[in-house]
Design a protein. Sequence first.
Length: 158
Amino acid sequence: MDDEEVELVNFCSDLVSLQPLESFPRNLLAQRASGEWAVVDELCRQSSVPVSSAHPNLFATWLPDPAANEAYVVILFFDDESKWTLAANYHRQRLERTTDDVRKAAALLVKKAEATGQASAKQTILAQQVLQEVHSGGPASKTIQLDKDDAARMASDQ
């Protein structure tokens, strides 16, 4: 493999394996139908995923698992210039469980904060922001991502 192929393998593998980049597969699955191609650089920008170098000819799509396992999908990457491809088996339900966990934690925070009144106003606002962003299907803002762990810890401490 040449240096460009190594860079593509590393970049695409990171998109489907690193937790801080989960907004990429989340948005690919939410915004695109199975088999519908997306320009990776554009989807990275929409997902707030940093792109170290431009990949104008790199595309991604997803397909149902060939063994019909509902928990998984296959994410395909294709570079039109070099005709390079990569396929990744992706555990979709784990990603959906993460979103459900955030939704449940935020709902619990809202409930507890509203019960304690004005002293928990900041936590109520934070929890409502998390719920709004999760329901919209978009990536959580950087502030929300940083604060949600603190909020979840506070909810479990109360």
